[in-house]
Write a protein that binds this ligand. Structure first.
Ligand code: AMP
Length: 614
């Protein structure tokens, strides 16, 4: 198997160019014989974990070959291993899923029974994540030279963490990474030279963290060559923050003093190493922010910026117009595809259009399998795939080297941390090949209908939430005849919109407060990730738009005019297509918003008492 290159080039005395070449050679190597590498990865995972309880329970009996593995082990979802995960969380340190000690739990933005999923992980996975990160800039510098001559302004944040009853940390994967020595003690590298001091990134108070990162970004504005955040929504939130707080920030730049709301001592000291009184810069920032229009604000304030580094694939594509507006059409670069379960791959053509982005899965990261997805396209943006697989479907899974161009698949991984044939929940389409390794477009997260940030609401959950709210209408002789939903990101933060068509004889009028109660009940029924995002205002209040009688018939007529079959027509539970949204809006009678933030009282999930992440 190709040796992973050193992750810290400057430590090993390599020049930037030499290091870039090493990393690019590694990519050439691993993409040239993915099948052989995948076989070795699987064999390594299975041999080192031969004695773990899970593999013994399924009767793998120490086999490490693909055929036996595929015949013996089921394709699973989170719920199948939840009892094992709960045992580990409760402190059972025996080798249940993995022979290596579990170092922590990664809290995924995916949910199960309304609670975040918890992925056990091991220390060495941090090395694999670092390896993937270390490939990004060598790839990028093939297309944009000179990035080692300036800084990246990245808005990076940690979230609060909790501890499992067994005492292990439970936190999001990025929090884990930023707190690790791989990030904190990184030796000097021109590619990880950020405008944000570590202290600001690691500050748990999101206001203080954002304020100080923005301030440092402004102070170093001429050095900034690239800007970004992990997801598009996070970057837009930073720009919104600037819109609201530029006057305070300018005051600090003018006087060289830091706002007293920044109380974290470490952050204060780190910012004060960068902040110097600069009345000219303050005046410049103020004059730009004061202008009526914020179009091109990124290129105006950070004039040397070459691209915006944010994920705009998947549901994040809804933010492309806003980013284009703020950046005056700078390239939007999606560099990587990753999850709590595993980091998957990189975009080898980062300057391509967002709609053409494809990710090359790095075959050393994990063992990958692909479940073919047969979709019957509807107006909804979700793809429904079976919850559990029958024997035939289990046999349909194909290996990384054998996927077909143009075909869509659900991604299934076997990881070093102890997930075996685990369905990640993402649907990918083969877009092409790098050497012999496939490259995938990210299509969607299966079954997810609504998403504003990293929240993911599926159809079943939405249905349950709507049903729990409609009870408020009963005393008024009203009932819900049809509904659909829409993720409205035209204002920031974006919010969920529900379109409701009611049957109501209007003899008892329905007061607005009842609809507001409906909004709140829907929100309180949604998962904890949604409610947490509401709390820190990454998602705005949910809105219900009441539409005229007959609207959903019109929607059906429209779908049929576009070629949908009358027999198979089903009301889409989420709409995205602009003409349909316009049709619904044109028939709106009234609209109501949730009057307050939903509560966090977590559902009765096994780990609800300790999984509070915020
Ligand atoms: P989490 O486990 O909370 O880190 O979420 C991981 C999920 O985020 C993935 O399974 C994808 O659904 C989504 N995701 C991650 N990277 C990308 C990307 N580059 N494009 C689209 N979706 C992504």
């Amino acid at each position: 198997m190709p040796e992973a290159p050193d992750q810290n080039p400057m430590m090993s005395g390599f020049s930037v160019a030499e290091n870039n070449k090493k990393k690019l050679d590694f990519i050439e190597d691993v993409t040239s014989n993915p099948d052989q590498i995948q076989q070795q990865v699987l064999s390594e995972i299975l041999s080192r974990n031969a004695n773990v309880e899970y593999l013994m329970r399924h009767g793998l009996n120490g086999h490490t070959d693909r055929d036996t593995f595929k015949k013996t082990l089921p394709v699973i979802s989170y719920e199948d291993i939840l009892p094992d995960i709960t045992r580990i969380a409760n402190g059972d340190t025996s080798p249940i899923l993995c022979s290596r000690p579990i170092s922590e739990f990664l809290t995924s933005s995916g949910t199960s029974a309304g609670e975040r999923k918890m992925m056990p992980t091991i220390e060495e996975e941090l090395g694999r994540r670092s390896l993937l990160y270390s490939l990004l800039m060598p790839v990028m510098s093939q297309f944009v030279p000179g990035l080692d001559k300036g800084k990246g302004m990245y808005f990076l944040f940690i979230k609060c963490e909790s501890k499992t009853p067994g005492g292990l940390p439970a936190r999001p994967v990025l929090t884990s990474y930023y707190k690790s020595s791989h990030f904190m003690d990184r030796p000097y590298d021109p590619y990880t030279n950020y405008t944000s001091p570590n202290e600001a990134i690691l500050c748990p108070d999101s206001y203080q963290s954002m304020y100080s990162q923005m301030l440092c970004g402004l102070c170093q504005h001429n050095e900034v060559l690239r800007v970004g955040a992990v997801f598009a929504s996070g970057f837009i939130r930073a720009i919104r923050f600037l819109e609201k707080h530029w006057a305070l920030l300018c005051h600090d730049i003018r006087t060289g003093t830091l706002n007293s709301l920044i109380t974290d001592q470490g952050v204060r000291e780190a910012v004060m190493r960068i902040l110097k009184p600069d009345p000219k810069l303050a005046e410049f920032v103020e004059s730009e922010c004061k202008k009526g229009s914020w179009q091109g604000i990124i290129t105006r304030l950070w004039p040397n910026t070459k691209y915006v580094d944010v994920i705009v694939t998947g549901t994040m594509s809804q933010y492309i117009p806003t980013l284009d507006y703020y950046s005056n059409g700078l390239p939007l670069v999606c560099t990587m595809y990753a999850s709590s379960e595993c980091y998957f791959g990189v975009n080898l053509n980062p300057l391509c259009k967002p709609s053409d982005v494809s990710y090359t899965l790095i075959p050393t990261m994990a063992y990958f399998e692909f479940l073919p997805v047969h979709r019957n396209d509807s107006l909804s943006n979700s793809i429904a795939v079976p919850v559990s697989l029958n024997e035939k479907e289990q046999h349909e899974l194909v290996d990384l080297a054998h996927v077909k161009h143009g075909q869509e698949y659900e991604l299934v991984v076997t990881t070093y941390a102890g997930l075996y044939r685990y369905r990640v929940g993402d649907v990918l389409r083969v877009a092409g090949f790098k050497n012999k390794a496939p490259q995938f477009n990210f299509i969607c997260r299966k079954n997810v209908v609504l998403s504003i940030d990293s929240d993911k609401t599926d159809e079943v959950e939405l249905q349950a939430a709507v049903m729990s709210a409609v009870g408020h209408l009963e005393p008024f002789g009203a009932s819900l005849t049809e509904y659909t939903s829409y993720a409205d990101t035209s204002s920031i933060p974006g919010h969920y919109v529900l379109y409701w068509e009611l049957s109501h004889n209007r003899s008892i009028p329905i007061p607005p407060s009842v609809f507001e109660d409906c909004c709140l009940t829907v929100e309180e029924s949604l998962n904890s990730v949604y409610r947490q995002h509401r709390a820190y205002e990454a998602i705005g209040p949910l809105e219900i738009r009441i539409v005229q009688g007959g609207t959903f018939d019109k929607l059906m007529d429209y779908a049929i005019s576009l070629g949908a079959s009358i027999n198979q027509y089903k009301t889409p539970r989420c709409v995205k297509f602009a003409p349909i949204v316009e049709l619904l809006n044109s028939r709106m009678e009234s609209s109501f918003f949730s009057p307050k933030c939903p509560k966090f009282t977590a559902a009765a999930a096994p780990h609800s008492q300790w999984s509070t992440d915020n």
